[in-house]
Design a binder for this molecule. Sequence first.
Ligand SMILES: O=C(O)CC1=CCC(=O)O1
Length: 257
Amino acid sequence: MAAVRVHREISGPSDAPTVVLAGSLGSTHRMWDPQVEALSEHFRVVRYDARGHGESPVPPGSYAIDDLADDLVALLDDIGVERAHLVGLSLGGMTGMRVAVRNPERVDRLVVLCSSAHLPPDVWLERAATVRADGVASIAESIVDRWFTPGFSQAHPDVRRAHVDMVAATPSAGYAACCDAIAAMDQRADLASIGAPTLAIAGADDPATPPEHLREVAEGVPDGRLLVLDQAAHLANVEQPQQVSAAIIEHLQGAPA
Ligand SMILES: O=C(O)CC1=CCC(=O)O1
């Protein structure tokens, strides 16, 4: 499938190294709000909506992780960036790993948060079918139950509500097409070919991509390292914003893996 021109928001100094932030299934670029200020002190920060999400195009049919990776490379081409740091959470992490495998010359350092090289296909095909039948809004509450720990949701009902609304606003066709991409993905054999120094960050309480998935990434990538954050579920960047921002900055600035 041809690459699409994704919706992007750019902040930070134009002459600083570029970091591209790729988000989770059911999110928009706004899921990175907690990181933008801190990262913009050091980097040109490029956030975007994945195809099928937010203000980006929603091509018909199923997608593959390769399509999402091609969109990210097309974004780099479009903004005139030869080589960037990539930071991706969940679906965004899968996309970042794929770019690091297929376009290694475009990737400086990689951060993979709350993601996986492989997830059970049947779960994702079933979710795609549910969303095609009933719409993404029908599962938005249950999705966000996995994004935050119960304690965080109780303490921050406004944050939880904003994320339920974000998921519910995702085009159902785009969401389902990305579920197809996750179902068809198996990057386990490719991890060894990722040359970019890689930090894998897990939420200790993430039921969607538990820490063992990030351990597999950290141990599979030759220059990989694992960080497990307590009191964080799937959207660890929202639940532990300072720790995540600090870990990203340290890794991208070249802390030894
Ligand atoms: O939203 C979820 O259920 C968790 C998830 C797994 C891959 C992804 O992008 O989100």
